[in-house]
Design a protein around this ligand. Structure first.
Ligand code: SF4
Length: 75
């Protein structure tokens, strides 16, 4: 990711996110494969932006280094 050469830290907005919330790399070859291949699902987006941000935060917490040591939280 050009703006995050060492990886984007969790909880930090992507440096390619424009003020109007569009991707500055959309349609360009520098756009990361993970971004281009992502197919948003209703469960990811919710019905408003805050729901989507809450979903992202939950994913970041579930996949953080501390979460791996704590083990699974769902069964
Ligand atoms: S789609 Fe990827 S590169 Fe574009 S703003 Fe979002 S995280 Fe950044």
């Amino acid at each position: 990711m050009p703006g995050h050469p060492h990886g984007k830290p969790a909880g930090v907005a992507c440096s390619h996110l424009l003020p109007d919330l569009r991707c500055a790399l959309f349609g360009r070859p520098e756009r990361p494969q993970v971004c281009s291949s992502l197919r948003p699902q209703p469960a990811m987006c919710g019905d408003h932006r805050t729901a989507a941000l809450d979903y992202l935060q939950a994913l970041e917490q579930a996949t953080s280094a501390g979460a791996a040591a704590a083990g699974p939280t769902m069964c």
